[in-house]
Design a protein around this ligand. Structure first.
Ligand code: NAP
Length: 247
């Protein structure tokens, strides 16, 4: 088991939803956490305040991870503050759901940039620091939609499937180093993102889930903690946390 105390993690999109839960779960294990956000400054600061109140070390850093310069500055500021970087959780994500006929060019590019190009940006920026860590983790939060496809989600599905391909190739390249690379594929999880789906569609989705309920952000965070703590021999995997919806 890896001792997580005093390790340093960046969680992209840590201001709410799944990212916030991951931040709390890692902090509870003694990890110093960087809460990255793009626009929700007040929410990110509240997460940091709540963590600090509980005695955990945390800081918020604004960076649009779709932008390489922002990603570099996110990593540099993290290392300046905490002196090292051991874990990067690529969690920032957006949807712009429309059927392909209605999809605008900007819907395509925005979703690919934020969900997929961001992974290149943060990985290229953080690799030299992760190499310095004795036991590092790259964890990409993909999606069931990258595996099964989703109606009205060509852009999102392509980005999330791209994350899985990236994960496998990068894991192969890094297998002989101290860094593991894995993807987590959540099913439908109760967050603001799911809130954008109409109630009627949500009920239809729930009926199809073998476990008959949506997942919680904490259930995704548990998988992240497991990979960080006990995942030395797990690399290149897509870990499904989806209530049995995709097997
Ligand atoms: P959420 O509640 O909408 O939160 C998204 C987070 O990403 C926010 O903190 C947001 O911060 C941040 N973000 C968005 N664009 C960003 C950018 N350009 N740079 C930096 N941060 C950015 O979403 P969630 O449901 O927790 O989802 C988290 C991840 O899990 C996403 O990658 C999502 O695709 C994936 N996922 C979610 C579900 C689900 O059912 N919820 C299922 C499968 C996979 P700002 O508000 O500051 O932009």
């Amino acid at each position: 088991m890896m001792e997580l105390n005093n390790r340093v993690a960046i969680i992209t999109g840590g201001s709410r939803g799944i990212g916030k839960s991951i931040a709390f779960s890692l902090a509870e294990k003694g990890v110093k956490v960087v809460i990255n956000y793009n626009s929700s400054e007040a929410q990110a600061k509240k997460v940091v305040d709540d963590l600090n109140e509980r005695g955990f070390e945390a800081m918020a850093i604004q960076a649009n991870v779709a932008n390489l310069e922002d990603a570099k500055s996110l990593v540099e500021r993290t290392v300046e503050q905490f002196g090292r970087l051991d874990i990067i959780v690529n969690n920032a994500g957006i949807t712009r759901d429309r059927t392909f006929k209605k999809l605008k060019e900007e819907d395509w590019h925005e979703v690919i940039n934020v969900n997929l190009n961001s992974v290149y940006n943060t990985c290229t920026a953080s690799l030299p620091h992760l190499t310095d860590s004795d036991n590092a983790r790259i964890i990409n939060i993909s999606s069931i939609i990258g595996q099964s496809g989703g109606f009205g989600q060509t852009n999102y599905s392509a980005a999330k499937a791209g994350m899985i391909g990236f994960t496998k190739s990068f894991a192969l390249e890094l297998a002989r180093t101290n860094i593991t690379v894995n993807a987590i594929c959540p099913g439908f999880i109760e967050t603001d993102m799911l809130g954008e789906v109409p109630e009627e569609i949500k009920e239809q989705i729930k009926a199809k889930i073998p476990k008959k309920r949506f997942g919680t952000p904490e259930e995704i965070a548990k998988a992240v903690v497991y990979l960080c703590q006990d995942g030395e021999y797990i690399t290149g995997q897509q870990i499904n946390v989806n209530g049995g919806l995709y097997m």
